[in-house]
Design a protein around this ligand. Structure first.
Ligand SMILES: [Mn+2]
Length: 185
């Protein structure tokens, strides 16, 4: 379990595994911006970098929404074969449906960006977007992930205390960690 700040950190973390791995990615953003030669690794492209790794199989991206993505990145993620589940999909179809969309796996790596949660309860992050998941939806998803296969790791990113209100966001992030670990053990 690694607590990031900026989620640039996620691609090197996944690269460190020397076994096939499937990614479950909770985020507002696809993180599929390619970046430039002098900024190959940034907070906008960890999933793009992960998609280039030979040990990575399926990528499921959950909670996607908002104004900050480019159409070309969306198309690139689809062309790669990313399984994109929007926040609207989660709200419309429910968390059991979402869990059915995640393939069974021997090795699951979870990338958790706090901005997948609605900013009304998680304001302390750099790129908040309205229309996110609520706590119960997030809890249902995160505590049943282990039923899909062995959890190999989780990386929690983008909690920013400078933007937080009454410590709401970091308390929520730590609660999600407790829920997640509790469900596994
Ligand atoms: Mn994000």
């Amino acid at each position: 379990m690694v607590f990031g700040g900026d989620h640039t950190i996620t691609a090197p973390l996944v690269e460190a595994y020397d076994e096939p791995i499937d990614i479950v990615h909770f985020d507002t953003h696809l993180d599929f911006v390619d970046g430039t030669e002098d900024m190959k690794y940034s907070h906008s492209n960890p999933i793009k970098r992960i998609s280039e790794l030979e040990n990575v199989n399926n990528i499921t991206q959950i909670g996607i929404r908002g104004f900050t993505g480019y159409k070309s990145n969306y198309e690139e993620a689809l062309n790669y074969g990313s399984n994109i589940i929007t926040a609207a999909d989660v709200i419309k179809n429910g968390t059991s449906w979402v869990l059915n969309q995640i393939p069974k796996s021997d090795n699951i790596y979870v990338k958790f960006d706090i901005d997948v949660i609605d900013p009304s309860i998680a304001p302390g992050t750099g790129t908040p977007e309205p229309g996110g998941l609520n706590y119960i939806q997030m809890k249902n998803l995160i505590t049943q992930l282990h039923l899909k296969g062995e959890i190999k790791g989780i990386n929690i990113v983008e909690v920013n205390p400078l933007f937080d209100v009454a410590e709401t966001t970091f308390l929520l992030a730590s609660r999600i960690v407790f829920d997640f670990l509790g469900s596994i053990f």
